[in-house]
Design a protein around this ligand. Structure first.
Ligand code: CO
Length: 214
């Protein structure tokens, strides 16, 4: 079976399975959502947020776009952060990138793909910030992998500089930020060790993260 029919069929089977495993699951969720996490990740079909951390619907608030970008001017991403922090009061924000990211590769190779090139400029900004470090790597694969990591870290720093996160911290809300990367080859997440629950913690971890200097 192909096309939209496959989706309906899959959905019916899934809903039946979930309800059988946990009777009343959907009824309970219908009342309200109270996720502890906001996830900002790549749209890549191989990196589905809720599935790879083995959680159920209702447990992660998700924003995904090409290249897991958190741009200061992106009203969509800012609105998601605002709603997650201000209304849902999530405790943790995770920015998750992945190795083998096509967006990162296109940015690295300065490919001309059309409209999306404008979006990929945000990743090229990260390239410029860390040009020296990337130039010291010997293979294209190493540069691709490292740029994917650096992009996660810089997007996390962008999240930390939003008025939303700054205000939450100023008001004493417990909100921690985390930079992680996913490996398509083994299905595992790796902590990039940049993050924290305050501006100071984040700045210290950014400085400590080895070889971050240009
Ligand atoms: Co990607």
């Amino acid at each position: 079976m192909r096309g939209i029919d496959a989706l309906f069929e899959g959905n019916r089977a899934w809903a039946k399975r979930v309800e059988a495993e946990e009777p009343g699951f959907f009824e309970k969720l219908e009342g309200q959502q109270s996720p502890d996490y906001l996830w900002i990740g790549c749209s890549d079909s191989r990196v589905p947020a809720t599935q790879i951390v083995d959680l159920m619907p209702g447990e992660i608030f998700v924003h995904r776009n090409v290249g897991n970008i958190a741009a200061h001017s992106d009203l969509n991403c800012l609105s998601v952060i605002h709603y997650a922090v201000g209304v849902l009061q999530v405790k943790d924000i995770v920015v998750c990138g992945h190795y083998g990211c096509g967006a990162v590769r296109a940015a690295l190779e300065n490919r001309e793909l059309g409209l999306i090139d404008n979006w990929l400029r945000f990743i090229q900004d990260v390239m410029r910030t860390h040009a020296g470090q990337l130039a010291r790597l010997t293979t294209e694969r190493e540069r691709w992998d490292r740029l994917a990591e650096l992009n996660v870290i810089e997007q996390l720093m962008n999240v930390s500089r939003t008025t939303i996160v700054r205000q939450a911290w100023a008001q004493g809300h417990a909100l921690a930020l985390h930079a992680v990367i996913y490996s398509l080859s083994d299905g595992l997440l790796r902590d990039l060790k940049v993050g924290g629950a305050s501006e100071e913690e984040l700045a210290a971890s950014y400085a400590e993260a080895s070889a971050l200097s240009p």
